[in-house]
Design a protein around this ligand. Sequence first.
Ligand code: SAM
Length: 246
Amino acid sequence: MNWHTRYTQQARWTQSLRAYLYPRVNIQSARRILEVGCGTGALLTEIAQQTGAALFGVDIDRSALDQAAAHAPESFLSHADGLRLPFIFQTFDIVYCHFLLLWVRDPLAALIEMKRVIRPNGAILALAEPDYGGRIDYPAELAVTGEAQRESLRAQGADPDMGRKLKGLFAEAGITPIETGVLGGQWHDPLPPAEWENEWAVIESDLAGAASSLDLPHLKKLDRQAYARHARVLFVPTFYAWGRVV
Ligand SMILES: C[S@@+](CC[C@H](N)C(=O)[O-])C[C@H]1O[C@@H](n2cnc3c(N)ncnc32)[C@H](O)[C@@H]1O
């Protein structure tokens, strides 16, 4: 699995959300911006083109950070746990994360840590947290794939239903929620073959150990046929939230 390709694809799904939110948090006037769980730097690379702010990224995975150093060479990167950020309090104007909190052992503690390093009236953004419990699969016989992926995420230590919890977690962390929402679904036909293959690479990697009872080649065939009929719908509600600390 090429993780940078995967993260870049996920970043494309949420691009219009960022275009909507960045002006609302005055990204142009920010001086220091932090991404917690920056992965291979897919978002840092993009944000570098939109602001003159100093960019910082932390991640717990050293190999992801090595890639981030190549993709976002202008960023200051640290190998650290989001639960113990290596910064003094009130360092940043904006702190954001993207597909992070579902993976964190204690997401409330992670948000409280983001709150510690944000300056007064700074903005904290959770840009994408999926909710597999609300996933729609059509045709119905493909729903087993979604259910197995949800279980597989759970087995990997993730919370597959993080999306719905985001709003309450912000409030509990003492971050005044300003806006919470769900990204809309759009389906462009035909789906580029490379994207379909990539999607299946993720499914097969997710379900490698867990899905012995699933006939993946058969499901893959059904999935291909459904796409060919333009009937396939796959929607994972993906939540976002942003707020300020006053
Ligand atoms: C799905 S990836 C998203 C990467 C990046 N935000 C993006 O959207 O391209 C989640 C990232 O969070 C990192 N991560 C998970 N738990 C973490 C923690 N406690 N502290 C810091 N990073 C963490 C993982 O190593 C991984 O790189």
